[in-house]
Each structure stands twice: as structure tokens, then as C-alpha cells.
Write a protein that binds this ligand. Structure first.
Ligand code: ABU
Length: 457
């Protein structure tokens, strides 16, 4: 291993130097990928020199998500303490299903869950787990909702027309999951959203009533804390009142912005979270933890056990269910996604996590002020969003973003809301400061003038 660790150190140093010199790479065209890099796997292994060369080329040609110029997705930057935790998790290589195999790492995960359930205001009955991504934590919530509605489904399968509800701005995992869980995409109702992308609660109730009149069985509603494009927060308290009235499972998909839970200043955006049956959050988004770290908390652990436990004599041989975390998880073999979040949390404290969230809202405010005070911009953003949506000088957003990418200038993407397409500048990037936001606009404007507007005039 020593040789590999030395190579790792060498490659990581080179990568970090390269990131400073060239924060955005000119992409390798997809159809040229296999002609450009040595990705071939052969019958015989490579000698050390060729192996290192191929690996270095691969590392140095991979899109750079940890630099100050990555604004493309709902994560970015790099936190040293969290990376350290993840590197150790790889080295230790435990599987989180049993205490026998994961030992104290079980305690690491349980401590994260314990704190989060307290912050949520959930009762002692609550418990949680970590799944491989926000889509999967949403799936877990949907399955718990399905089984809570009818506990026989686990054994007999779905035989009735069960309906579920989510806003038309919510994550695309909801329809996919409706198919996976046997309920069916056609039984998913998209609820209208208001001008900021928040769920229209009157439409929610109207759709539930219409389904009941047709003899359907409404069972689940998803509220989003931070929609992927507008960064909008659905009104949880109002949705909860409807969920209670019609006996629906209420889940909060906080994959993007559920981390406001840690911020004294922004926690009000998920006011009423304690009323939900389940809550999920991705620490790999606002909290700078390496991908993936998707946590779900259920208000009553009974539902986690009822939907996800299964006996397996060859696996569960020591200790109780409380310490054998496989009894409440989606999969069997499960990597240790808890340690990287624990090392970060241990180092900065709950207060520090809150400050990270506040900082990202501050950066969004800097960006918002800039576009709002500049006549060349049209702004579309939700007032309290960490994603700033705008158009610049009527340049089509897809053209602007794609050309910035193709030329290796900036990584930023576009989004769409109510027939308008715009640039979506995501300010969730662990390493960024105000000057990085300002530098983004300077670079984007210069590029637009020189490469798009001048050539088209
Ligand atoms: N859940 C991942 C969303 C990706 C994105 O909108 O950037």
C-alpha cells in the first residue's frame, strides 16, 4: 500500500496545483474520449510507469468540481476535514450493516442521527439512516408511506390505485420512485407551484379531493426544501395540515437545502419540519461533504424497521437491532458515508455547520444584489434561494452556458421555470468567497461580449 499512498499524495498535489492554474478544463469531446485518454483494460496488467501515467492523465483531465469556478451543480468545493474522513473510510473499508463489522462507526452514524433528530424537534421514537443519494432517501420515504398506508403491501403487492402528490418543481426522483415501488408514474399528481416555485396548497387539496371522489387512495405528499432550479421552499405547515386531514405521509425532501436545519438564521425556511413523518438532507450539497452523504430521519423508527428489515442468519449474529444498522437500511453492503460528515461536524461543531449554510446564503445575496442592480440582467430568483437565476442581455441561457463550458471558461448550467429558460448560478461551493462571485460575473460578461455578442453583431 505504501507505493499507492505515495502515488496518491503525488497525484493529489499535482491536481491541486493544476486546479489553481486552470480551474476549468476544456472538455474532451465525448466522441473523442477513447482516442484521447488511455482507458483501455487489457488482458495483461500495465507496468508501474504506464499505470501511473494513465492514472495521472485521467485525474488531470477530469472536470474540476472543487475549484472557485464550479457553479454547475448543487455541490462544489472541497472541505479538508470531510475529505480526510472519507479517505479513512475507504482505508478502513467497513460495511455499515452490523456492529460486528463496523464497530464504532455505528456510533458515528448514530451520533449524527441523534443530533439531527433533536434539531428537527422529532421525538425519541425517531431514527434514521444513510442511503446512496437523495433519490434513494426519497424512495425510502415513499416506501415507508406506502407501507404505513397498507401494511399488507409488503407481502401481497400493490393492488389498489394509490395516489401521491408533489409539486411540479420537485425532484425527478419522485416519478422514478413511483414506478420502482409499484405504485406507478400515472398515480403521481403534480401540484401547481406559485411564482416562486412553492407548492400551491389549495391545488394540493383540490387534487386529493378529486382522487377521493374517483375512489383512489391518496397516501403520500412530498414537500421540497430547496427545489432544484428555483431553490424554493414549500410551505410545510400548510402542507402538513392537509396531510393530517387526509391521513397522508408527509416527507420533506431537503436534499438540496435541508441543511438550513443547522442555521439559526435560515432554519425558519423549514418551519414545521417537526410535523413531517420523514425528512431527508444531503450533506454533500450545502455541507461540503464528499459525494454522497444522504441522510433520512423518520419520526417513528417503527416504519424504518417495518419497511426495511429482513432476517439474515448469515449476517446478523451478534448485538441487537439498534446496533445492526442493516436492519433499517435500503441496501445490504453499505459504505461508510457517515465518517466524512462526522469528521467535518467534529471539527467545526454544529455552529460551524450553521455558518457554512449562512455563508452560502450570503454569497447568493451578493449575486442577487449584483444582477438586480445591473440593467443588463433579468432576474427570476426566489428571494431566499441559494441558486440565482438570470438572463444576460437576452443571450439564450443554453448557448451562454454551453459555450462557457466548451471553451473551458466557467462551469455553470441553465434551468427552466414556467416557460422561461435562464442561467442557474448555484452558490453552494464550500471554498467560495464574495470575490469568486464577482469574478464569475466579470468572466461571464467578458466572454459574452467577446465570444457571443461581438461575433453575432
Ligand atoms: N439531485 C441532484 C440535482 C442536480 C442538479 O440540479 O444540479
Amino acid at each position: 500500500m505504501e507505493q499507492e499512498l505515495a502515488l496518491f499524495q503525488q497525484l493529489s498535489k499535482k491536481l491541486m496545483q493544476a486546479e489553481k492554474q486552470e480551474p476549468v478544463l476544456e472538455p474532451i469531446e465525448a466522441d473523442q474520449l477513447f482516442n484521447t485518454l488511455d482507458l483501455r483494460l487489457g488482458e495483461e496488467g500495465e507496468n508501474e510507469e504506464d499505470f501511473s501515467r494513465a492514472l495521472e492523465a485521467l485525474v488531470l483531465n477530469t472536470p474540476r468540481t472543487a475549484t472557485h469556478q464550479f457553479f454547475n451543480q448543487l455541490f462544489g468545493g472541497r472541505n479538508g476535514k470531510a475529505v480526510l474522513g472519507d479517505l479513512l473510510a475507504v482505508l478502513l473499508n467497513n460495511s455499515m450493516y452490523t456492529y460486528k463489522v463496523a464497530g464504532p462507526m455505528v456510533g458515528v452514524e448514530k451520533e449524527i442521527i441523534r443530533h439531527m433528530k433533536n434539531l428537527l424537534g422529532y421525538p425519541a421514537t425517531a431514527d434514521g439512516t444513510i442511503a446512496p443519494g437523495g433519490s434513494m432517501t426519497n424512495l425510502m420515504a415513499m416506501i415507508m408511506g406506502r407501507d404505513a398506508h397498507n401494511e399488507k403491501i409488503k407481502s401481497d403487492g400493490v393492488s389498489q390505485k394509490m395516489t401521491l402528490y408533489t409539486s411540479n418543481e420537485s425532484h425527478y426522483s419522485i416519478p422514478k420512485n413511483a414506478a420502482f415501488m409499484g405504485v406507478g408514474r400515472k398515480q403521481l399528481r403534480y401540484v401547481k407551484s406559485d411564482k416562486f416555485g412553492r407548492m400551491d396548497v389549495a391545488d394540493l387539496e383540490a387534487q386529493i379531493k378529486a382522487d377521493l371522489e374517483k375512489g383512489k387512495q391518496p397516501f403520500f405528499v412530498n414537500a421540497t426544501a430547496g427545489t432544484t432550479v428555483m431553490g424554493a421552499f414549500d410551505p410545510i405547515q400548510e402542507i402538513s395540515a392537509i396531510a393530517k386531514k387526509y391521513n397522508l405521509w408527509l416527507h420533506i425532501d431537503g436534499a438540496y437545502c435541508g441543511a438550513v436545519l443547522f442555521s439559526k438564521k435560515h432554519k425558519h425556511l423549514i418551519k414545521g419540519a417537526e410535523l413531517a413523518d420523514s425528512f431527508s438532507m444531503n450533506a454533500h450539497k450545502m455541507l461540503a461533504t464528499p459525494l454522497t452523504c444522504s441522510i433520512i430521519i423518520a419520526k417513528n423508527k417503527k416504519y424504518l424497521y417495518d419497511s426495511f428489515s429482513n432476517d439474515a442468519d448469515y449476517l446478523y449474529q451478534t448485538d441487537g437491532d439498534d446496533y445492526n444498522l442493516g436492519k433499517t437500511s435500503l441496501q445490504c453492503g453499505r459504505r461508510n458515508d457517515a465518517l466524512k460528515f462526522w469528521t467535518l461536524w467534529k471539527a467545526v461543531g454544529t455552529k460551524g455547520l450553521g455558518e457554512m449554510v449562512d455563508h452560502q446564503f450570503h454569497l447568493a445575496e451578493v449575486a442577487r444584489q449584483y444582477v438586480e442592480n445591473h440593467p443588463d440582467y433579468t432576474v427570476y430568483s426566489y428571494p431566499e434561494s441559494v441558486g440565482i437565476c438570470f438572463n444576460y442581455k437576452d443571450i439564450p441561457a443554453d448557448e451562454l452556458c454551453n459555450r462557457l463550458y466548451e471553451k473551458g471558461e466557467l462551469m455553470v448550467g441553465f434551468g427552466q421555470f414556467k416557460d422561461e429558460q435562464f442561467v442557474r448560478l448555484v452558490t453552494v461551493n464550500a471554498g467560495n468567497e464574495e470575490e469568486d462571485i464577482k469574478a464569475f460575473f466579470e468572466k461571464m460578461e467578458a466572454f459574452a461580449e467577446e465570444e457571443i455578442l461581438e461575433t453575432s453583431s
